[in-house]
Ligand binder design. Structure first.
Ligand SMILES: C[S@@+](CC[C@H](N)C(=O)[O-])C[C@H]1O[C@@H](n2cnc3c(N)ncnc32)[C@H](O)[C@@H]1O
Length: 225
């Protein structure tokens, strides 16, 4: 489908995965090496205290979610609840999602990526996820027809994300307004209780999509056993 489209992102500065060292205390989750039941693999970036990840794992026993949070105190709250819940289909990871993804996720392996209420980065827009060269790498980890779900309460963030998804990343996408009774994450509950509008952008990786990282993988990710 994208064969004849000159992907605009390939004219952008390329992300350099080889420059990133593995996060401290990095351990490869067993699901990466041996996904025995062939469960669809999903990634959540910036999971906070894990409200969405914990609920998702219970409701979706047929999927495996890896949820990453960088801030220590939030991660500790998440890890405590994850240990009590003990869902076999959830990995709670304390790391920077960029370095961790580079070191753990194989190309073309994720069915879905959740980015729920990312930091607004209004004063540093090049840190917004769809403005980052890393986003191309992230797309290389997604399977064909896999989705990226982005949710925010900042209209300007959503406007920019929608524009970038279409113009730079050439991804079919749909924008929704989040239902006022939705309660997926702590930030979602807080914003909706204040009467704010929240937006969701669903982006899909189409057939034939190419990135500069489709073959790139760190040496320590073994093949499926
Ligand atoms: C505004 S909070 C939202 C948390 C949660 N998703 C929610 O909706 O309640 C954004 C979170 O993303 C995390 N975060 C930002 N950049 C990250 C990165 N590179 N890797 C992992 N987590 C990150 C922050 O630590 C923060 O907890």
């Amino acid at each position: 489908m994208t064969d004849n489209i000159e992907l605009t992102h390939q004219q952008e500065r390329a992300f350099q995965p080889q420059r990133l060292s593995a996060p401290r205390d990095f351990i490869l989750p067993s699901i990466i090496g041996e996904n025995k039941n062939n469960l669809p693999l999903l990634l959540e970036i910036g999971a906070g205290k894990g409200k969405h990840a914990l609920g998702f794992a219970v409701r979706n026993a047929d999927k495996h979610l890896i949820a990453i949070e960088r801030t220590r105190n939030k991660f500790e709250a998440f890890a405590k609840l994850a240990a009590i819940q003990a869902s076999p289909n959830l990995d709670a990871i304390h790391a920077d999602a960029i370095a961790w993804t580079v070191h753990a996720i194989k190309p073309n392996s994720l069915a879905k990526i959740f980015i729920l209420y990312p930091n607004p980065e209004q004063h540093n827009p090049n840190q917004q996820w769809l403005n980052m060269p890393f986003f191309e790498f992230l797309l290389s980890r997604l399977q064909v027809n896999g989705e990226v779900i982005l949710v925010t309460n900042i209209e300007a963030y959503m406007d920019n994300a929608e524009r970038q998804a279409t113009k730079v990343w050439c991804l079919p996408n749909t924008r929704y307004t989040v239902a006022t009774d939705s309660q997926r994450t702590h930030f979602e509950v807080k914003y909706l209780a204040r009467g704010e509008t929240c937006w969701e952008l669903n982006m899909r990786k189409p057939e034939g999509y190419k990135t500069r990282f489709d073959e790139w993988q760190v040496g320590h990710i073994s093949e499926d056993k």
